[in-house]
Design a protein around this ligand. Sequence first.
Ligand SMILES: [Zn+2]
Length: 149
Amino acid sequence: MASPHGSSREGRARGDRLARWSEFEERYVRDHAGEGAKAIAEALGRTVASVQWKASSMGVSLLKRWLCPRCGRYSYHPPAKWSGWCRRCSVEHSADSAAMKNRELRAEIAEERRRIQESERRRQAIYADTSRRKRELCRLRELPQSNHK
Ligand SMILES: [Zn+2]
């Protein structure tokens, strides 16, 4: 790790102010810690080693993390590619959509069943009516009641 004092590499492109960290830079390290040492080093024009040293002296972790746009929490794992969300949000979302598909399927089955039952009732009513009419016709023609119903 680079020394805080006197390493000329720390102040790359910063002329003679090389080793001093301004309040702005310290705040920047704190606020952008989750972007990782490399991104901060590029933004501040310092070396990665110097940013790492500074963060550690401030007690700030430079572990790269990602903000999940769905739940607003930070995660130390990259977001799922298909969703851009943290693992928990991604899994929750797929569980939700699986549950929705399941509900749709159940509703479709219930509707199919209802329609079949309705047709069966209608068919039964027609059969019953046909048999009544046949008996009525036999009665009107004074024929003996046939064995067909
Ligand atoms: Zn999330």
